[in-house]
Structure formats: structure tokens, C-alpha cells
Design a protein around this ligand. Structure first.
Ligand code: BGC
Length: 848
């Protein structure tokens, strides 16, 4: 295999490439399919060419995605205003929008002077403190002046776009202008609702908001446009005009008010304790809570309207016993379009498991399948197949995933609140499907909530009944032997690792480390590809081991849009711009002169993670993954630091938009699909993150997620398990938080026993950025990273190197542990697109 020669990435011409056109088209398709129509009393669709009024912060400043590492520097972004205009609508509210522009400019200037203050006021603070403050200060959009009748003019319909910007480093608040509407927004909605025109409210936010305004005002339609990426405005116009029939579904339960969420009182800053986050709700996350505790939400998980009507009928339900170790349930669902407009529908399959010695949630999602575009009258039979393990619960007493005896009701429908029982699977005796060892013990007592009496899922006698045959179902006991195993299929990496000196091994345990504490390089430590988040060591070039470049995600590839090369060297820029693109106004780059060449790296800004999952379309998400891989190959990126797949435990988590859902099956299935797409190209891979329980952003480096083993396994690990087992991602990123008192980056239980021994993960693990930095009081330990199976410390710093050196010298780090980690990293580098002739990486590669 020949190592590729690195050249400057990108193009020196600004011309739009074929790839950009193709991927933008895909971004538009995904955004249109991820938009969720939550209410429509007939006002939509509206024929293109009509006059409409448009208001709200997100109208001309549509939020395409979140801030921080999840941002993408696209060429241009189509706002809702631009999208409507391009589709031929006439906007009557020009005066209001023009006034808004002035307000926006003034607010931006105020924001920039505050940011200037933060950047200048470095006294006594390390670079990380500045970084954290910059991340925490998100630009809040102004609300706009009062709306008067002249602003509406003769438009029969007004759109009001509520926008929210969030990002990593801080959680949201249950406060006006945040989770709740501000007084100004509510007043705007009131005026529009009471005017002659009909009102469509549009939510341009990646996570749920307070929905109580829907009960107060006459809103004719409600659209969740989420954070739709660079083509959002066009996709929005596609939905409004009916060019695309909406088919998105919510991936979270939207409560009537924030207090309805089970952990509302204690989440993050709400109880003043951001150090300990007690997961008192146990497995009752999202709809599992709302159902089991009989709390009615505003909009249910899986809900979304269409312009047409579908009929859903379940066909055969069978149990597939071919492989006793992997018995599966197979459900056929026939979907018929009974309306007058073509459209797509998602068949959702849930199970209500029997209540036994373990109390269980009312129902859980087991799988789903989306139809193609069905013409009026047309039908399609889709199939959903899921493993029996999807019906198990984790019994802490026996340390096993068990199927308790009783009736398992399989229910099918188009949303979680419109289900019909389709079959009942009866099991006569309890089966231990997977016997494990205990992980992540609690350090103290944890009191979890428990529903008094979980409602029974109605299954009329007419529903077909099948009996599960225990004789044909094989249980298994996990063998915990990863550290003893030698992986023959990593022979080349092993051999290279054996040739390395101690110093080289240490270097390889860290990313290309040239900052003292890693802080200055936060999220933009890539030297080879400007804007990339980091790269591996250059200490292996003598052994022909390439430097491998990694870049964020998850809403596309995050690189700098352009950079300058002078005298053969990349001109450095202040890395803070990488954290917050608005800072470009404060730190302008020098103008290019005759000695400089400008390179352009135009990447595609996709819809955010939640919106991708809202498509419920795994085939589309897989195609998006392949499109990202194409860009990775174009710009010399091997690992994409995506998808983000933490569970939406509470709607105020500042990073929820990057993640898929409150449900582990949906989250895991989407992560597997995008991984399959990325890894369908040779030598590119995903890095599923943040492993695990990274559900809070305030104090994210030091918060301790205190969680029962059952909730951990059934909810917070389950999604990662699905992604690993279904698609074998190249890499996993550990998270910043602690899990039951042990740092997730130093957690042998999750990183080795679960990930490798229980699930068979073969790739490499890396830390999240600067998690080992001593600038944090509670930082993770570099030597512990190695011991626990965290193969690569990112982005790496001189400090990491000297701490590892010391640990080796004083015997607290065993060289064999270090070698095992370096072998994993080198193995992935060797299989990456850093070499000619790389092959697509995935499950097939490792199949025995
Ligand atoms: C984020 C990661 C990201 C990394 C590199 C961290 O702040 O938590 O998700 O991949 O930075 O940019």
C-alpha cells in the first residue's frame, strides 16, 4: 500500500463544483423530508406565486444549525425568506423585515463588542477558560418590532418563524426567549392570530419548545423546520408549495410544558447542581415516561402529518429462528395512500412487554420502515425485522438481558400515539438471552421513579397469537477476554507497533501534540487540513505510518471555508474563529497579496442530526453518509467526528440538535445508516460520539452522570450497541462526563468490557478534545485512558506526552496496555484513505 502524498486541500478557484451541486440537492431533499408538519387545518399547501407575509427572527436569518464543533462553513445558506422568494411567493412584509435587519445589525455589533471584551480579558485565565466562555456566549437574535396591519397587507397567510440558536458548552433555560416564547414573540403571534390572515407558525430550532401558545391562539398550521442546513429555505418552500409532501416525524416527545418532563426539576442548572446529575427517571426517558405515567404530551414521539391520508395494515408477523443466537421478529406492513396527493409514510413497530418481576415501560420502539413515494391509491409492503434482544430488559439481579414470561404485544402504526396491536407473542418461560458481568457500579444509593401501574396495551382477541419457542432460542454468556486476545487481523499494525520506541508509542497515544495544554487548539488542531479538528502523530512517518486527519460533524464536514498559503506554508489564523464564525468580524484575515494563494474548501451544510432522524429514512441517511465521504476524500479527511448520538434525556441539553432522538433504537439505527454510507467509500469512517451519558452541557467536563445499570444498558448504551453491531464504525469518541464517579474517558467498563467484549467493536477509541487537560480540576488521566482502552488522546498536548512518559517510568502504565492502544490507532490509519488502494471498512471486514 502506498502512502498518499499530502498536498494543499481544496481548490484555488471559487467555481461551484459538480459535487457541490449534487450534495446541495441531497441536503435539500433531506431537509424537506425532515420537516415535520404538526398541525394543518387546510391552510397548507399554498400555491407558489401567492402573496404571503413573513415575520420572525428566523425569516431572513434562518438558523441552519447549531454553534461550536457542530457548525459547518458552507458557501452560502438559503434562508426561509430567500427560499420563499425563489419559489415565486411575493412577500408583503418587506417593511417589517427591513426594520428587523437594522435591529439585527445593532444586536450583532453589541454582541461582537462583548466578545471582544472576552477575548481581551485574558488576564489570569488560561486559553481554555476563554474558549469555554466563547462557546457559552451564543448570539441571541433580536425579536423585531411590533407587527402592524400594514405589514401584513393583503396577504391571506402569514408565516411567523421562531428561531433559537444553541450549541455545545451550555444548556438551555426554561425561560422566556429560550424554551419559552418571549413576550415579544407571543405578542407577534397574538396579533397575527387575531388578524384577518391565516397563521402558520414555524419553529426554527433543533429541540422542543414550550407549546402552550398553541392552546391560546388560533394558529392554523405549525411546521417544525428544525435546523435545516444550507438548503433549508428551499426545502421549506418545497413543503409550503406542496412540491414535497411532508413526511417527517418527531424523534422526541414534545411536552405541553417543560415541568412535564420527569427530570425537569433537577436537570443540569435547574437544581443548582451541575456536578452531579442523578438519572432518577431510570428507563423512563421520553415517551417511555409519558406513556407509563399517563402524562399527555402536546405532540407524541413519531408524530407528523402529511397532505394525504394513509392506511396501515399489518400483514404477516413471523419469528425467524434460522440462527438460534440471533432470533428475529419479522413484521410486514402494507401502507396504502388513501388520499389525493402522492406521499411517503413510515410504519412504526413497537412492543409492549409483559410486566413481571421487572417493571417495564408501556411500549418501546422496535423498528420502523419508510415507504417510497406512493401515488394516490398505491400501496407498498414494507418489512421491519428486529432482534429478540430488542424485547429484553436488563435484570440487575442476574446481570442478564432477559425475556420474562408473558405476552409481548407487537403494535404497528404511523406514530407512537396511533398504534394498533398486530400480534401477540407469548413466551411461557423466562429466558436469559445475554449473560453479562456488571458494569459501572453506583457509588451510593439511587432512587429511581417507578410507575404505580403501567397501563396494559389493548390487544383484542382477534389479534393473531404466536408462541415463542424457548428450545429454538439460544442464550449466550459474554467472554471478557479482549486484553488477552491477539488480533491476527491487525498483524501489520502489531508488527509496526513492536518496532516503535517508547517515545514513539507515547507520541502515537496522542494526537499531533504541539500545544502545551491543547487549549489553543480546541476543535481546530489539524495542521494538514485547515479547520480540521485534529490529526494523529507525525512520529510514524519513518515507518510509513501516515498522519491521519479527523474533522467534525455531524451536520456535514467542518473545515475552514478558505485559507491562504504563502511561501509554501499555510498562513495561520486565530483558532477561535473555528469556535464561532461570527468572530471573523473581529479577527479579519490579512488580504491576500501576490505571494499568497487562496484555497477554498466548500463543504455541504446538512440538516442537524435530529432533523436527519426526523426523516425516518435510513436509505436517505445512508446516501448522505456517502456524500459526506465524498467530501472527506476530496479534502483528505479520514475520520468524521460524527454522528453524535447521545440520547435526548431532557430538551434543555444544549447539544440535543446534534443528536438523533430520545429513543435508542431510532438513534442507533440512524447512526448505523450514516456509518454504512460514510464507510461505503474506501478508507473513510465515522466516529460515533460521545460515549456515553453526555447528556448535559453545563460543566460538561466534570459532571457525573449517576445512572442505574439497567437504564445505562437499556437506554444510554443501547443506541451505541446497535450502531456498533450493525455497522462497525471505524472509531468511537469517549465523552467528557463521568459515569457513576468514573471519567468516561477512563472507563474500562464501557470502553473495553462493553464496547469490545460485549459488542465486538474492532476500531479505535479516542477521547473528546482536551479531556485530559489539567486546566480542568477533574480532568481524565492519560495513563488511565490507555489502561481503560481509550486508544488516542485528542487533540494531544505536550502535557499529555510528559504525563504518559512519567506513568511509564513509575510503572503506573504498563507498556502492553500502551501498545494495545497504539495498535488499534495504527490499524485504522493503515485501513484509511491515507493510502492508495484502501477498501471500504465495515462489518464484513471483521466477520469471522
Ligand atoms: C466536541 C466534540 C468535537 C471536538 C472536536 C469537542 O468540543 O465535544 O464533539 O468533535 O470538540 O472539535
Amino acid at each position: 500500500m502506498r502512502r498518499k502524498v499530502h498536498t494543499f486541500t481544496g481548490t484555488t478557484s471559487q467555481a461551484v463544483s459538480e459535487r457541490e451541486i449534487r450534495n446541495r440537492r441531497l441536503a435539500r431533499e433531506a431537509a424537506a423530508e425532515g420537516i415535520v408538519l404538526l398541525k394543518n387545518n387546510g391552510v397548507l399547501p399554498i400555491a407558489a406565486g401567492k402573496a404571503v407575509a413573513l415575520f420572525g427572527a428566523g425569516a431572513a436569518h434562518t438558523v441552519k444549525g447549531g454553534t461550536g464543533s457542530g457548525d459547518v462553513n458552507e458557501r452560502e445558506c438559503v434562508t426561509i425568506k430567500a427560499g420563499l422568494e425563489q419559489a415565486g411567493y411575493t412577500l408583503t412584509s418587506g417593511a417589517w423585515l427591513a426594520d428587523y435587519e437594522q435591529e439585527y445589525e445593532a444586536a450583532l455589533q453589541d454582541y461582537l463588542s462583548m466578545m471582544k471584551g472576552i477575548m481581551e480579558d485574558k488576564e489570569g485565565r488560561g486559553s481554555l477558560a476563554v474558549v469555554n466562555e466563547i462557546l457559552a456566549q451564543v448570539f441571541a437574535y433580536p425579536k423585531g418590532r411590533p407587527i402592524v396591519p400594514a405589514d401584513i397587507g393583503d396577504a391571506p397567510v402569514a408565516f411567523y418563524v421562531i428561531a433559537r440558536v444553541t450549541g455545545e458548552g451550555s444548556d438551555r433555560y426554561d425561560a422566556p426567549g429560550e424554551y419559552r416564547l418571549s413576550a415579544e414573540e407571543e405578542e407577534h403571534i397574538r396579533i397575527l392570530a387575531e388578524s384577518e390572515c391565516r397563521l402558520v407558525v414555524v419553529i426554527n430550532a433543533g429541540s422542543p419548545l414550550d407549546m402552550s401558545f398553541m392552546e391560546k391562539y388560533a394558529v392554523d398550521a405549525l411546521i417544525q423546520v428544525s435546523e435545516p442546513g444550507m438548503e433549508g429555505g428551499n426545502a421549506f418552500a418545497d413543503i409550503v408549495s406542496g412540491r414535497v409532501n411532508p413526511s417527517g416525524k418527531l424523534t422526541d416527545t414534545w411536552a405541553k410544558c417543560y415541568a412535564d418532563y420527569p427530570n425537569a426539576r433537577t436537570f443540569s442548572h435547574n437544581n443548582g447542581n451541575v456536578r452531579e446529575e442523578v438519572y432518577e427517571e431510570g428507563i423512563y426517558v421520553g415517551y417511555r415516561f409519558f406513556d407509563s405515567f399517563r402524562v399527555k404530551p402536546a405532540y407524541a414521539f413519531g408524530f407528523g402529518l402529511s397532505y394525504t391520508k394513509f392506511e396501515i395494515k399489518t400483514g404477516n408477523v413471523t419469528v425467524l429462528y434460522e440462527n438460534p443466537q440471533d432470533v428475529r421478529v419479522h413484521v410486514e406492513v402494507c401502507v396504502t395512500n388513501r388520499g389525493a396527493i402522492s406521499g411517503k409514510e413510515t410504519a412504526q413497530v413497537y412492543a409492549a412487554c409483559p410486566q413481571g418481576s421487572l417493571v417495564k415501560e408501556y411500549k418501546r420502539l422496535c423498528g420502523f420502515a419508510k415507504t417510497g413515494l406512493l401515488a394516490p391509491g398505491a400501496s407498498e409492503t414494507v418489512t421491519v425485522t428486529f432482534p429478540l434482544v430488542g424485547l429484553t430488559s436488563f435484570d440487575e439481579a442476574d446481570s442478564a438481558y432477559v425475556l420474562e414470561a408473558g405476552d409481548y404485544v407487537i403494535a404497528v402504526g404511523s406514530s407512537s400515539d396511533s398504534l394498533c396491536a398486530a400480534a401477540v407473542l407469548t413466551l411461557k418461560e423466562r429466558i436469559e438471552l445475554v449473560h453479562t458481568e456488571h458494569i459501572c457500579p453506583l457509588r451510593g444509593k439511587l432512587r429511581e421513579i417507578c410507575p404505580a401501574d403501567v397501563p396494559e396495551f389493548p390487544a383484542p382477541d382477534t389479534v393473531r397469537r404466536l408462541t415463542l419457542d424457548p428450545g429454538r432460542i439460544a442464550g449466550r454468556r459474554v467472554l471478557y477476554d479482549y486484553t488477552k486476545r491477539r488480533n491476527e487481523r491487525k498483524a501489520q499494525a502489531c508488527a509496526l507497533t513492536e518496532q516503535m520506541s517508547e517515545e514513539q508509542l507515547i507520541a502515537f497515544a496522542c494526537g499531533q501534540a504541539d500545544s502545551e495544554d491543547g487549549g489553543g487548539a480546541f476543535g481546530a488542531a489539524g495542521h494538514l487540513v485547515p479547520g480540521a479538528a485534529g490529526q494523529t502523530s507525525n512520529q510514524g512517518l519513518g515507518l510509513d505510518i501516515a498522519e491521519m486527519v479527523v474533522a467534525d460533524g455531524p451536520a456535514g464536514l467542518r473545515l475552514r471555508q478558505s485559507y491562504q498559503v504563502r511561501d509554501g506554508e499555510i498562513v495561520p489564523v486565530n483558532s477561535l474563529i473555528a469556535l464561532n464564525p461570527l468572530l471573523r468580524f473581529l479577527i479579519p484575515q490579512e488580504p491576500a497579496d501576490e505571494r499568497t494563494t487562496v484555497y477554498y474548501q466548500f463543504c455541504t451544510a446538512l440538516p442537524v442530526g435530529t432533523m436527519l432522524a426526523q426523516t425516518f429514512n435510513t436509505e436517505l441517511v445512508e446516501r448522505l453518509g456517502a456524500a459526506v465521504a465524498e467530501e472527506m476524500n476530496e479534502f483528505g479527511i479520514s475520520l468524521w467526528l460524527a454522528p453524535g448520538m447521545n440520547i435526548h434525556r431532557n430538551p434543555l441539553c444544549g447539544r440535543n440538535f446534534e443528536y438523533y432522538s430520545e429513543d435508542p433504537v431510532l438513534s442507533g439505527t440512524m447512526a448505523a445508516a450514516i456509518t454504512r454510507g460514510v464507510q461505503s467509500h474506501a478508507g473513510t469512517g465515522t466516529t460515533i460520539k460521545h460515549f456515553a451519558c453526555n447528556n448535559q452541557e453545563d460543566n460538561r467536563m466534570c459532571s457525573d452522570s449517576i445512572v442505574s445499570e439497567r437504564a445505562l444498558r437499556e437506554i444510554y448504551l443501547r443506541n451505541f450497541e446497535i450502531a456498533v453491531k450493525e455497522s462497525q464504525p471505524m472509531a468511537v469518541m469517549s465523552s467528557y462526563n463521568y459515569i457513576n464517579g468514573v471519567h468516561a474517558a477512563n472507563n474500562y467498563d464501557t470502553l473495553t468490557r462493553v464496547l469490545r467484549d460485549e459488542w465486538g467493536f474492532e476500531g479505535m477509541v479516542m477521547t473528546d478534545w482536551v479531556t485530559t487537560s489539567t486546566l480542568y480540576e477533574d480532568c481524565s488521566e492519560p495513563a488511565e485512558c490507555m489502561r481503560s482502552g481509550n486508544d488516542l488522546i485528542m487533540p494531544g498536548s505536550m502535557e499529555d506526552i510528559s504525563r504518559l512518559r512519567k506513568a511509564l517510568a513509575d510503572g503506573t502504565l504498563n507498556i502492553e496496555d500502551l501498545k494495545r492502544c497504539v495498535t488499534n490507532t495504527v490499524d485504522i490509519i493503515l485501513r484509511s484513505n491515507c493510502y492508495e488502494g484502501a477498501k471500504p471498512y465495515g462489518k464484513a471486514e471483521w466477520r469471522k
